[in-house]
Design a protein around this ligand. Structure first.
Ligand SMILES: *Cc1c(COP(=O)(O)O)cnc(C)c1O
Length: 327
């Protein structure tokens, strides 16, 4: 994808992938490109916000406190002040806190459709209203949730269906099951993509909007292949299976006296155990499980990916029971 003028076939496939992603996100004519992942997409979305408003000397954006650490990189790279809004008890961003952080130097808002740690979806329609009232672009980080939420039985509005959403991050290399690195960045307005363009004197094209220069055509081809192969039906089956395993895990955890921090929205579960770090190391040392932790509140974090099965879930629950209740 380094020079689309020379590698036209790959470029055409990328256009088709963007069309498929756009159709999935309620905007078939969205514009954007296949990036290296959620981090690049988030960096670029914020760069576009800043470039819309170059006259602001000390720009800031408002993100939920639950935002992925890629936003720390955004702040460090760009000098844009990243203002983190506090969360409500259910771990969605508190929209009053978002409102109170907006000032004349604010260039955009961010909401998360599936937080990395808890799998929670922010009140995106309210955030969209706030963005519209303040004339701000609104970016939705659906890096993980983008390939989950459209396929859940419970429907969540999270994408361009919401009027104020101006850009979306969605990662084919997470629940899209494509190869790494495959990220997606989509804009509602082509002006935002134009705002990212730099002149490219020695290529067959005159400008480039990606953050990386030369980029892998394999990301485009594998995403095209897996999306065409699975289709909405295929993703639907996979997501449903992951949610069934998630329900099994949560029911099993409740049976041994452990509650989830929030009722899972997606296939991400945070289990509220006493002394999580100790449980984490016992699970590894005694049984070989590698379990991550959430930060605030601290809990055991489990992502129920398609390679798991019920037998593995039951095995984990039995070991968790031993660690938590029988020692
Ligand atoms: C994973 C994730 C990212 C970062 O994506 P990478 O592909 O690892 O760069 C950003 N935001 C959210 C919500 C994520 O879950």
């Amino acid at each position: 994808m380094g020079d689309p003028g020379l590698f036209q076939g790959t470029f055409e496939l990328e256009e088709q992938v963007m069309e498929m992603l756009g159709a999935m996100l309620h905007l078939p004519y969205a514009c954007g490109y296949i990036s290296t992942g959620g981090t690049e997409s988030n960096i670029q979305a914020v760069r576009a916000m800043r470039n819309r408003n170059r006259s602001i000397i000390h720009p800031n954006i408002v993100v939920p406190d639950s935002a992925h650490f890629s936003f720390d990189k955004v702040g460090d790279l760009s000098g844009i002040d990243i203002r983190r809004a506090t969360l409500s008890d259910n771990l969605q961003v508190d929209t009053d806190a978002v409102n109170s952080l907006i000032d004349t130097n604010t260039v955009g808002l961010v909401g998360i459709a599936g937080t990395t740690e808890f799998g929670q979806v922010d009140p995106l329609e309210t955030l969209s209203d706030i963005a519209i009232e303040n004339g701000l672009p609104f970016h939705v980080d659906a890096a993980f949730g983008g390939f989950v939420l459209p396929f859940l039985k419970n429907k969540y509005k999270f994408d361009f269906e919401i009027a104020g959403v101006s850009s979306v991050t969605i990662d084919p290399h997470k629940m899209g099951l494509s190869t790494i690195p495959s990220g997606g960045l989509l804009f509602r307005h082509s002006l935002d993509l134009d705002n990212l363009a730099v002149k490219t004197p020695y290529l067959t094209i005159s400008s480039q909007y990606s953050l990386t220069g030369t980029r892998s055509g394999a990301a485009v081809v594998s995403t095209y292949a897996v999306m065409r192969h699975l289709g909405r039906k295929g993703y639907g089956t996979i997501v449903q299976r992951c949610m069934d395993m998630t329900d099994r895990l949560v029911a099993g955890a409740r049976n041994i006296g452990i509650q989830p921090v929030i009722e899972p929205v997606m296939n991400i579960v945070a289990l509220d155990v006493e002394s999580p770090t100790e449980i984490q190391s016992r699970l590894y040392e005694d049984f070989g499980w590698r379990v991550s932790l959430t930060r605030n509140p601290q809990a055991l974090r489990l992502v129920i990916m398609p390679h798991l099965d019920n037998e593995i879930i039951d095995m984990f629950l039995a070991n968790l029971d031993t660690v938590v209740n029988r020692s």
